[in-house]
Structures are given as C-alpha cells and as structure tokens.
Design a protein around this ligand. Sequence first.
Ligand SMILES: C[S@@+](CC[C@H](N)C(=O)[O-])C[C@H]1O[C@@H](n2cnc3c(N)ncnc32)[C@H](O)[C@@H]1O
Length: 301
Amino acid sequence: MDKQKYVFYILFGLLCPAVMGIYYVSGIGCINAIGLEMVIGILSSGAALLALKEYGGTRKPIGHWLSALIPLIAIPLIPVAMISHSGLEAFLARGRVPFATMEGFAIAQLVLGVLMFRGLIFKRGEGRLMMPAIGFVIMSSVLRIRSAFINPARILREIGLQKGQTMLDYGCGIGMFAIPAAKIVGNDGVVHALDIHPLCIKTIEKEIRKRGIANVKTILSDRETGLPDESVDVVLLYDVLQFITDRDSLMEEFHRVLKPDGRLCATAEHLEVSEFLDVITKDNLFTLVEQKRKVFRFERN
Ligand SMILES: C[S@@+](CC[C@H](N)C(=O)[O-])C[C@H]1O[C@@H](n2cnc3c(N)ncnc32)[C@H](O)[C@@H]1O
C-alpha cells in the first residue's frame, strides 16, 4: 500500500496540467496556468521519483521532504502568480475555477507528501535528528487534527491506567496522551513524558506550566529513560514504534523500567502486525495479552 502513495502523488502532479489544458480548450483557463502547473507537476513528480528511490533506505529523505515542500510552496504561489499575471479583476472574474482546481490539487499533493515522509522524518542518520521545525509544525497539526477523531482519555482508561500509577509516555509528541494521563493518575501518580524532539518537550513544558500540572516530568532522549528499575506501571508507545531504529534495545529498556506486573501498550501504525509483534515479543521479554481497538497490551515476562 505504501508505494501506491507515490503513484497517487505523481498522478495528482500530472493530472493538474491536463485539467488546465481542458479548461484552456473550453475557454475557462489560460495558457499560463498550464505552464505553471507543468512546472509544479514536473518538479513534484521528480521529487516523488527521488523519494521512491530513497524508499526503505537509510539516507536522508530529501525526496520525501521535497514532495511535501513543493506543493506547500505552490499553495500561496498559485494566487500570487495568477493575480500578478492577469490582475485582480480578471482573476476574480475568470480565475476562480482554475484557482480552486490548482489549489485542490496542491493540497491533495501536500497531504500525500506528508503521509509519505511521516514515517521517515524522525529517523536518525549520521547521529543527527532529521526533523526541522517545519516538520514539527506539520506533525503537531496532524496530531491536533487526530485528537478530534480519537479520545486519548478513553484510550488511557481502556488500557487500565489508574490513579496513583506511574506511566512512561514514550515518544509523547505534544502531550496528547501525557496531559490527560496526568489527570487520571492524579497527584499520587506520575507521568514521564519522553521525546527525542526538543520542540515536543518545550511544548509540553509550556502546557503543564499553563495548566499548573505538577505530575508530568519531561525527558528529552532518544532511548535511555534514566528511570529506576521496575518503577513504571504502564509504558505507552502510541504511534511511535515505526520511527525507532534500534527497537531491540528499546524493548530491553522498557523491560528494565517496568514493574513485574507492569504493561506495555503499543500501536502498530505503518508496520505489519506480524513484524510489530515479533519486535515486542522477541527474546520473550513481553507476552501479548489483548488488543483493544488499535492498542495492543503486553505483560512483562
Ligand atoms: C507521531 S508522533 C506520536 C506522538 C504521541 N505518541 C501521540 O500519539 O500523540 C511520534 C513521536 O515520536 C517521537 N520519536 C521519534 N523517534 C523517537 C525516538 N527514537 N525516541 C523518542 N521519541 C521519538 C517523535 O519526536 C514524535 O513526537
């Protein structure tokens, strides 16, 4: 399925100049719109082909980044180019249909571009983090939109998080789970919110300061938690495992910090379920207990 995204992306890129051509023949659009769209289409298709070459590799995901950046830049550029070429009056009178079409294609390409690089931008390469601030902005927007469709507090209750417990939210992002978890565990409990990205940690710290939350402790790390042995009741790994390169040592770390009756709750986004289960149950560190919706619950062996 993953590789189909690249094909859809290229199709969007090439379909738009074709639609502009049809508009031109029908007298709705002008030749310049075709030209502009051809440039955007060729650039973005080239980026997608480069991204396809990077697929599964370990190099920096330049093609993936360009696949999102080209439509992102095109979105404000399209009206600017149209207005500066034909003037505001002509744009308002005749340009609205081509404008809406071009923007629709650019937005569709941007969404596909984001989906394409989502699983790649956090990968570490040559010891450096690959996600610049723009990646963080896109990720936090995606997480905020997602929160309208999932109910983190309900998920936390379903995985059995209770008052007084200690939870490690590994790869906490902007705290969509850590903040409601803090309310569930209450003042006698603690939530350790760990993320590789400094902007995530900064966002959570700002939020807990604003809300006066005292039981969320942040950790900036890419694996070591620094927590004592057998000190955690629940490890949450929600929408994170696909970004982790050294999964075996992470599982060892989870095994070390979890209490003997503790549990690991994880989701398998962008992974084959069999691969996901193999990673977590490897070396008999964990045993699958149940799956509720997207969340798999494992007990510590
Ligand atoms: C898609 S977000 C999910 C955030 C959060 N779990 C949620 O569902 O709202 C993935 C998060 O994992 C973090 N991440 C990626 N690789 C990591 C690593 N090696 N160690 C810790 N966090 C990591 C990213 O910075 C990002 O915040």
